[in-house]
Design a protein around this ligand. Sequence first.
Ligand SMILES: Cc1ncc(COP(=O)(O)O)c(C=O)c1O
Length: 400
Amino acid sequence: MSFLSATLDRVKPSPTIAISTKAAELRASGRDIISLSAGEPDFDTPQNIKDAGIAAIQAGKTKYTAPDGLPELKQAICDKFARDNGLTYAPQQISVGTGGKQILYNALMATLNAGDEVVIPAPYWVSYPDMVRLAGGTPVIAGTTLGTGFKLTPDALERAITDQTKWLIFNSPSNPTGAGYSWAELQALTDVLLRHAHVWVMSDDMYEHLAFDGFTFCTPAQVEPRLYARTLTTNGVSKAYAMTGWRIGYAGGPEPLIAAMRKIQSQSTSNPCTISQWAAIEALTGPQTYLAENARLFQRRRDLVVGMLNDARGITCPTPEGAFYVYPDISGCIGKTSGAGTAIVDDEAFATALLDETGVAVVFGAAFGLSPAFRVSYATSDDALQEACLRIQRFCAALR
Ligand SMILES: Cc1ncc(COP(=O)(O)O)c(C=O)c1O
């Protein structure tokens, strides 16, 4: 009898860890490494938010809270949904968790039974399929193409839905591609969902505020109010307010689902960190001006990276609408041999050789379910991005 749970057999170790471990080892051995693999903003939490956390500690706000959040934070989240998304939620329809990740996980744990399917467009955030498997469900991957900017088409969604489908996980702007769906593109998908009354939508809006070129963010329950009763709208403060380490995510949705998620959280983490909850209240209710400033900064970096990558031989890099990632296609590099003699048989070989030969760390596309490609996070300084892209250009130019 195995000591470890059979559940673990259903879950893969994170494929991104191999490359980040290797990058860390090379750096420790003295190599000049530029990592383009971070999933978080490279700047600090704004001062007013840090001050709110410090004030909470000083005021002794350091005890347990209700399992799924302080009433004050739930109200701030209701106000945020009304202000930014035109969505009306009452406080009892709000759940606060330890990061967006725990919210998604709670929702899957609260709803999935063996045999239930969850449609996940690829490329996807690496955690979705494994969280579905951990919760006992079956991920059903719906592919996208470079041609649609890696966006799910209504046909592909229709084909992926079966009688067993419980959820569609929808993520816009996307990790790893940065693709953001316009109102019309999203409506084409919600039209499909209207025809399948048993399918719920888990909308992961984590990158809402990182949108460029005047792109207007929208979310499924807003675009199609008839889906409101079967939509969980999830979000968090991690990326928008540079608060990844504070661990606060949240969702609005139907009360019975929120109650089920509360039950799971009450028997796992009890409640998200109290101090972080007070800081999140300040994030959501305080000045919002840095959101637009950060988006402008990231847009400039996106333009730098997309321009330089498209100048690299064999790479085609679409210009995404948001987040801080790009997802260049490397079909033109596969089957070649690197300057140091490595056969580039797939995108993992490409990323490994790129790291070995140039010191640039990226995450290969297979980790996100769509190859051949790689993900660049441009949440790093302009100088580092410029140098990394130059090295990628040289690496590609040397492929034979
Ligand atoms: C698409 C997406 N959703 C959710 C999360 C989780 O965010 P948090 O750090 O709040 O758990 C991430 C983090 O990388 C993400 O990229």
